[in-house]
Write a protein of this length. Structure first.
Lengths: 309, 432
């Protein structure tokens, strides 16, 4: 798979403070790329470098194998975390203005805006001022403006903040559809459940350094520990638990059941097979639950960050 | 359409559509003309009041000299004793009592005259009385010494120095005033424009920051482009507003003048001096002088300094707007703007008028922050072309430097929130 965006060893300092140190990322074409990291890690600085708002002190950025240059501004759609609109300007005029700044002609911008306003059922807002709209409503307008010029690369910084669950879902579906239509998405957020849901690649930045990057499935494979969650129906919990503990690494587990099961997590050696465990278990009771524990992005996030402290 | 044009257009429309802007555009001329009319009207009201002054002349010398004028009515109380006269004045609510006692010599008399009044008397009425008595006594002194009054009158010499330059062109004595008025008006106009519309630029920057739209915008355009668009858009709105003010103000003033039949122009020194002599030649020379002003140079340099000065200051305003989060925080940075502007105006009105080519005037017309104002005031007095050239070159150089500097602060500042910037902080931003 080719990369749409490559950041090569970018470093950015503000005075004595290093916001970004030697960070490289590769964003494959057509992927949804999660840019993760705690507050103040340097995500926004990296995004601003990609948007050519700030220039890196060292390193370079390539978009579509071309060194980033001003004409690329039109290939990128950016929804910043700190976002707003002119309060006293009408919604329609404002959207037109922002679309024209991205290089669309007035007529083209109007046409596309009409399509999106109809799709989101907000056509009647056209002549309203932003100050008359709620925050969520204004966010919809911002979303439309971000994607209107059909950029190759979309950058969303906390796109769901301010949306109710229904509208967040609408936006999520739109993002997925844009990806299906060929756009590449960089997605910066703290909400791990949406990362889990949307992203196929992630990079983790902490204290201005990248500490993890790759395909989500690959990373999960790396972080899984051959652990299984087991629910077993037996007559004698205690005896079986003790005998299992002699053979495997067993920790208590908690999940919801409707009958009296023995609940535990069993970790096998790296090269041990799950079939052996299953066989062993089936001889000692009725196996009600048997599934591999795959670490969530959230756990990986916390684990990597704390390991790096 | 290029992005710069788009930004200029948006800024212009945003300014012009702003309710406060619209109200100020149409209300200001009304208020100003209204004030002028009111003041003029009040002045005429006050002037219509006739002072009633009683006089008790024990010498009997002046009775015939106190003639009623349109300002003062004189009432002769010479027949009454002083105390009765005083009482009578109080009862009849007259404005005062002039008491001229009998004295042996005119010298004694001159200092013995008294004016009784509860309220302090009208100065112009008192001056008039003093003049009447003074003239009378002077003439009397002349006659006593055996001098013929008509001879004295004939002997008075009226001097009127004709001013001519070495190439033989006559100029009016008023020409300095004319030049001062032209230069002063231009300089003052520039200062007002900078303060009003520079502030508008600053507010517009702060608005974008506090609306949080700034990051969306600068992901599409360069910060410097945005800043220049703002400055230009606002200045077009400003020029429009000024045009409306001038036209509307002119029309209103004409209407007010014709309706109330008053002359709103306070009679300036130049007019009165020129007119009281009834000297037609003088007026003609004055007109000639106005025509002879280097109008071409004046207009050309006005545009250069106007544009230059405005750009210089409004980029500083833009940088300040970017550095702060709200307008209240901007106060601490206002001094570096207001100080040179004030300095320019003061140097202009004191040094330039006193000595347009003195060292102070010359130096301040070179320093870029004051040069637009000071040089504009100097130019009507005739400035060597090379001085203007140096001053303009210095101005252009510093505009480029200041815009670059302001752009640096601007591009860092617009993305900074919640930091109260100090000068030290701003200096750091320049190096980012």
């Amino acid at each position: 798979m080719t990369n749409l965006l490559e950041v090569r060893q970018a470093t950015k300092r503000f005075g004595t403070f290093t916001a970004l140190e030697d960070v490289s990322i590769q964003v494959p074409k057509g992927s949804i790329f999660g840019l993760l990291g705690p507050n103040g890690a340097g995500k926004t600085t990296l995004i601003r470098i990609i948007n050519q708002i700030t220039l890196p002190d060292e390193g370079s950025v390539y978009l579509d194998n071309e060194l980033l240059n001003p004409k690329h501004i039109r290939d990128i759609g950016y929804l910043p975390e700190e976002r707003g609109l002119y309060k006293s300007m009408k919604v329609g005029e404002q959207a037109l203005y922002l679309a024209q700044l991205k290089g669309l002609s007035k007529t083209e911008a109007k046409e596309r805006l009409k399509f999106w306003f109809d799709k989101f059922e907000i056509t009647h807002w056209w002549n309203k001022k932003i100050q008359e709209l709620s925050k969520g409503m204004a966010q919809k307008v911002q979303f439309i403006v971000t994607i209107l010029h059909r950029p190759k690369l979309l950058i969303f910084d906390e796109p769901f903040s301010g949306f109710d669950p229904i509208n967040a879902n609408v936006i999520k579906d739109e993002i997925l559809q844009l990806r299906d239509e060929g756009a590449t998405v960089i997605f910066s957020t703290h909400r791990m459940e949406s990362v889990e849901e949307l992203c196929d690649h992630i990079a983790l930045i902490n204290k201005s350094k990248k500490i993890l990057e790759g395909e989500v499935t690959e990373i999960k494979r790396m972080y899984k520990s051959n652990t299984f969650e087991v629910g077993l129906l037996t007559d004698d919990h205690d005896t079986i638990y003790r005998s299992l503990k002699e053979k495997f690494i067993v920790t208590p587990a908690d999940f919801k059941v409707i009958d009296d099961q023995l609940k535990m997590k069993i970790t096998l050696d790296d090269n041990a097979s799950s079939n052996e465990l299953l066989q062993y278990l089936s001889g000692r009771g009725q196996v009600m639950r048997f599934n591999e524990v795959i670490p969530g992005v959230n756990e990986i996030f916390i684990k990597t960050i704390t390991e790096n402290e | 359409m290029s992005n710069l044009k788009l930004i200029i257009k948006r800024e212009f429309i945003a300014r012009v559509r702003n309710k406060t802007f619209v109200v100020m555009t149409f209300l200001s001329p009304l208020i100003v003309v209204g004030m002028i009319s009111l003041i003029a009207w009040l002045t005429t009201l006050n002037n219509d009041e006739i002072h009633k002054v009683a006089f008790l002349d024990e010498t009997g010398l002046f009775t015939s000299d106190f003639k009623d004028s349109d300002k003062v009515d004189y009432i002769d109380y010479s027949a009454l004793p002083l105390n009765d006269a005083k009482d009578s004045v109080v009862i009849k609510q007259l404005n005062g009592l002039l008491y001229i006692p009998k004295k042996n010599t005119n010298r004694e008399l001159a200092t013995a005259i008294q004016f009784y009044a509860d309220e302090s008397p009208n100065i112009s009425a008192l001056n008039k009385i003093e003049k009447i008595i003074g003239d009378k006594l002077t003439n009397q002194n002349f006659t006593e010494k055996g001098l013929d009054l008509s001879m004295i009158e004939n002997a008075k010499a009226k001097v009127n120095i004709q001013i001519e330059n070495f190439s033989g062109e006559k100029t009016s004595k008023m020409s300095s005033y004319v030049k001062m008025v032209f230069g002063g008006a231009a300089g003052y106009f520039l200062m007002m424009f900078i303060i009003i519309y520079g502030n508008m630029v600053m507010r517009s920057v702060i608005e974008e920051k506090s609306n949080r739209i700034i990051e969306i915008i600068i992901s599409s355009v360069k910060p410097l482009q945005l800043m220049m668009g703002k400055i230009l858009g606002t200045s077009f709105a400003g020029i429009l507003q000024f045009l409306v003010w001038v036209i509307l103000g002119g029309v209103l003033l004409t209407i007010a003048t014709s309706i109330f039949g008053i002359d709103p122009q306070p009679v300036g020194m130049d007019q009165s001096l020129a007119l009281q002599e009834g000297n037609h030649e003088e007026i003609q020379l004055l007109l000639q002088d106005i025509m002879k002003l280097p109008l071409g140079t004046l207009i050309f340099s006005f545009f250069i300094y106007f544009i230059g000065g405005y750009f210089l200051y409004s980029s500083i305003y833009a940088a300040i707007g970017a550095a702060v989060d709200s307008e209240t925080d901007s106060q601490q940075f206002m001094l570096p703007i207001i100080l040179p502007l004030m300095l320019g105006i003061y140097v202009g009105f004191f040094s330039v008028i006193e000595n347009p080519h003195g060292t102070v005037s010359m130096v301040f017309s070179m320093i870029p922050l004051t040069s637009p104002i000071v040089m504009l005031m100097r130019i009507p007095f005739g400035v060597p072309w090379w001085e203007v050239l140096i001053s303009i070159l210095l101005l252009i150089g510093s505009i480029i430097f200041i815009i670059w500097l302001a752009g640096k602060i601007y591009r860092v500042g617009i993305l900074m929130y919640g930091k109260k910037p100090s000068y030290k902080e701003l200096f750091k931003w320049i190096k980012y």
